[in-house]
Design a protein around this ligand. Structure first.
Ligand SMILES: NC(=O)c1ccc[n+]([C@@H]2O[C@H](COP(=O)([O-])OP(=O)(O)OC[C@H]3O[C@@H](n4cnc5c(N)ncnc54)[C@H](OP(=O)(O)O)[C@@H]3O)[C@@H](O)[C@H]2O)c1
Length: 321
């Protein structure tokens, strides 16, 4: 009998890939969605079904129904854009605390896997980073009454990612706008590898609760010039870096924020995002995760980018259902 699993964020970039991969691994996925539910997925041979439950992270009743009877909760919902601290904290901190509370109260006491972020390591940089740290702290505050793990991915890329799509389209035209220093180092991760690691974690017999960083297997991460060279190699033509002056970035962030506050539309660039981009070290250490799970990523940057760029070129950028 397949085990039931509660998933949040299944309509988003990472969550939709997670949803497909979890069902393929045989989980019966109960997915929270706050808008009109996408089509349900019947069980296929060797794979579980996906059923949607309408609700929001602010609705404690819906969360209780979501987690009851499940063996695991995967919390991939999150606010990644916002103008004010409250835009992030309402979802990433209070929403996480509410879902953790529902899991703790459930009769089945499911395991809880939080999709946190490497940004939580530097909460002083932005409202987003601080809210992700607060979400982790909400789990830690449950003490021994909840068995939880927080995954801290770096920047995640792949089909369906609205945040990196404009940048990748520029790179396909041979221009790579650059908002970070050439010396800054960062880890990366393809979304399929993230989903694979989550599945591996959920299949483990024993968990060591805590926070785990994860990356694509490249120790020391990348610099922006290295990423540009990799993309140029895939495209077979030069990709020229176009450094954006810091002053211009700050000005654009200020205007974006003012417009967002006036219109209520979530901004893409904010002062917090500029501080995150200016941070010189976004490199992860995945040794604790590897020793817990034995998991290793499969997609190098070159292979992950090749797949992502070809999906954009073929107009198949959306994740597979
Ligand atoms: N993308 C990255 O590079 C990256 C890196 C590290 C960590 N993360 C973390 O991964 C998670 C997912 O990120 P993503 O890039 O997939 O973001 P995304 O595409 O914006 O997806 C966010 C998901 O969260 C849902 N959601 C937001 N607020 C909600 C609420 N109040 N109640 C219920 N559902 C809500 C959204 O539902 P709707 O469809 O209804 O809006 C959507 O399904 C986030 O927690 C983020 O912090 C992302």
């Amino acid at each position: 009998m397949p085990q039931q699993l509660a998933l949040t964020g299944a309509t988003g970039f990472i969550g939709s890939t997670l949803c497909r991969r979890l069902a393929e691994r045989g989980w019966e996925v109960r997915a929270l969605c706050r808008r009109r539910p996408p089509p349900e997925r019947p069980p296929l041979p060797q794979s579980g079904a996906v059923r949607w439950l309408q609700g929001d992270l602010e609705d404690a009743g819906a969360l209780a129904r979501l987690v009851e009877g499940t063996a695991a909760v995967v919390h991939a919902a999150g606010a990644v854009r916002g103008a004010r601290a409250a835009d992030f904290f309402r979802t990433n901190a209070a929403g996480t605390a509410r879902l953790a509370d529902a899991a703790r109260r459930a009769r089945s006491a499911p395991r809880f896997l939080l999709l946190s972020s490497l940004a939580a390591r530097e909460p002083q940089l932005s409202f987003y980073a601080a809210s992700k740290r607060a979400g982790e702290e909400a789990l830690a505050a449950q003490g021994g009454s909840l068995c939880w793990i927080g995954l801290r991915p770096p920047a995640v890329y792949g089909p369906g990612d609205r945040e990196t799509l404009p940048l990748l389209r520029w790179m396909q035209r041979g221009i790579a706008p650059s908002a970070m220093s050439d010396k800054a180092r960062f880890s990366l991760l393809h979304v399929e590898d993230l989903a694979d690691a989550a599945c591996r974690l959920l299949e483990l017999a024993a968990w060591a609760p805590g926070l785990y960083e994860i990356h694509d297997g490249r120790p020391g991460g990348y610099t922006w010039p290295e990423v540009c060279r990799t993309v140029a190699g895939i495209l077979g033509r030069p990709v020229r870096r176009l450094p954006i002056p810091r002053g211009l970035l700050w000005a654009a962030a200020g205007i974006n924020l003012a417009l967002a506050l006036a219109t209520g539309r979530p901004p893409m660039l904010t002062p917090g995002k500029v501080r995150e981009l200016g941070h010189g070290d976004w490199v992860c250490d995945d040794a604790p995760l590897r020793s817990l799970t034995g998991w290793a990523p499969r997609l190098s940057l070159e292979e992950g980018m090749r797949r992502t760029l070809s999906r954009i070129r073929d107009g198949r950028w959306r994740p597979e259902p």
